[in-house]
Write a protein that binds this ligand. Structure first.
Ligand SMILES: Cc1cc2nc3c(=O)[nH]c(=O)nc-3n(C[C@H](O)[C@H](O)[C@H](O)COP(=O)(O)OP(=O)(O)OC[C@H]3O[C@@H](n4cnc5c(N)ncnc54)[C@H](O)[C@@H]3O)c2cc1C
Length: 418
């Protein structure tokens, strides 16, 4: 029997695995991830509190991520028509520096760096969670793999399978998250020849297309646009999709029942994005239009209200990351909260062992802290929608103290208990 079974190999699941292995060296931990590890997504921010949490888990993990930070000399905002707009965000970034280092890096580099730092044999890709049963001493979970169904037994099940969590549904049955009324398209692609921008955003809050040059000749773009709820089924798998680049059954079949290729489906995603940004500068549209259709992900944006997320733990199962507290993207804290979860769960397991008591201790620390972030992400989103742009995400994060959070290193706990 394993000590801990982690479902999902995104930022939360990988941080939990590292944290548990730090707190309990030699523990038997498995991370089961439905996909393989390959370039996906665009760029993701790790705020100062998130970096400090990761450093508290294992200082060398932070050090391994820093070289992937995309440093942009020039960050330019443009109106939807292409006129340069003075940016409050540049000042906000300057302001942020007072609160510590933050990084912006390609999502796939974050995932692959954390995955590569795990001991051999911990991460199992192409394992899709199907269901679990809980007994008095442990949990048995089943996974679909290319070789058939596999069962794993563990003392604890840690759910890190993201915003459309299948484990959460099996555990709490509280329904899918709410649709935020926005579609997102993302891709990493080669930098076009003669590309003039370092980091640029065209549009307004709620409808924007952002492009950021990465290292190694790559560029990440992401496009957010309002999307009607009654058309949600049109994009990337409808309500069940969340940053899931697999082609859904709905996308694959057309009215006549014929199957479409992945290229055709990707090309349709690009067309929908271009339609949503019709009239934007040609430079930005060409960037989208000339992207390899296979590289484009498309999905709706979802969230949960903090009030509906007051349970992170039941028995021998704990929720972490987006599975526990899916926020809106408006605070840029998703990854950082996942790292804070990972740290505190590892610390609790270090103290209480692989027991329900450890999970309860984790919930006691993390529920109020993550709920506050989740609550503000929804509030800020509503303010932006109402046209109130008085507060930036940086203002809120500073005022509420999210960026100032500091953590005792796990190593100190391990030394004290050993
Ligand atoms: C492919 C991908 C790309 C992303 N790109 C960006 C980005 O560019 N910018 C940004 O801000 N945020 C991005 N995100 C979201 C961001 O990572 C999260 O919002 C946040 O960091 C919290 O991480 P998480 O680990 O809780 O959830 P997630 O990052 O969503 O990770 C969940 C993991 O669980 C896996 N999983 C899901 N269902 C199952 C299942 N049934 N069985 C096994 N495994 C399962 C998923 O494949 C994924 O690896 C991306 C997420 C994914 C999955």
């Amino acid at each position: 029997m394993l000590d801990a079974l982690v479902v999902g190999g995104g930022p939360a699941g990988l941080a939990v695995a590292h944290s548990v292995l730090q707190a309990r060296p030699g523990a038997q931990v498995a991370v089961l991830e439905r996909s393989d590890i390959r370039p996906r997504g665009a760029t993701v921010a790790v705020a100062p509190n998130g970096l400090r949490a990761l450093e508290a888990i294992r200082p060398d993990l932070k050090a391994a991520l820093l070289p992937h930070h995309c440093v942009h000399q020039r960050i330019q905002r443009y109106s939807p028509e292409g006129a340069p707009v003075p940016s409050r965000r540049v000042t906000a970034r300057e302001q942020l520096k007072q609160y510590g280092e933050m990084i912006m890096l390609p999502w796939h580099r974050l995932q692959s760096t954390l995955a590569a730092a795990l001991p051999q044999g911990v991460l199992h890709t192409n394992h899709r969670f199907l269901g679990f049963t809980e007994g008095a001493d442990g949990v048995v979970a089943e996974f679909e793999t290319p070789a058939g169904i596999r069962s794993f037994e563990a003392a604890l099940l840690i759910d890190a399978d993201g915003g459309q969590s299948a484990v959460r549904e099996a555990l709490l049955a509280d329904g899918p998250p709410q649709f935020l009324g926005m579609a997102i398209w993302r891709a990493v692609r080669p930098v076009p020849a003669g590309w003039p921008e370092d980091a640029a955003t065209w549009g307004v809050i709620g409808q924007s297309l952002t492009a950021a040059v990465l290292q190694d000749g790559e560029l990440a773009w992401q496009a957010f646009a309002p999307w009607p709820a009654d058309q949600l089924h049109m994009i990337g798998g409808g309500h069940r999709s969340y940053v899931h680049d697999d082609v859904s059954a709905a996308e694959q079949s057309v009215a006549g029942g014929t199957q479409r290729s992945r290229e055709e489906i990707g090309a349709e995603r690009i067309l929908r994005c271009l339609e949503a940004f019709e009239g934007y500068p040609q430079l930005a549209l060409d960037l989208v239009a000339t992207t390899d259709p296979l590289a484009v992900t498309e999905h709706g944006q979802f969230f949960r209200e903090a009030e509906g997320c007051q349970t992170y733990v039941r028995g021998r199962v704990a929720l972490v990351g987006d599975a526990a507290h899916l926020a809106t993207p408006f605070l840029g804290q998703g990854c950082s909260q996942a790292f804070e979860d990972g740290l505190e769960l590892g610390r609790a397991i270090g103290e209480h062992g692989f027991s329900p008591e450890a999970l309860a201790a984790y919930q006691e620390i993390r529920l109020p802290a993550a709920s506050a972030v989740q609550h503000w992400s929804v509030k800020l989103c509503r303010q932006f929608r109402a046209g109130n742009l008085e507060h930036t995400e940086v203002d809120v994060s500073i005022n509420e103290g999210f960026l100032q959070r500091r953590f005792e290193p796990l190593a100190a706990d391990v030394a004290a208990s050993g």
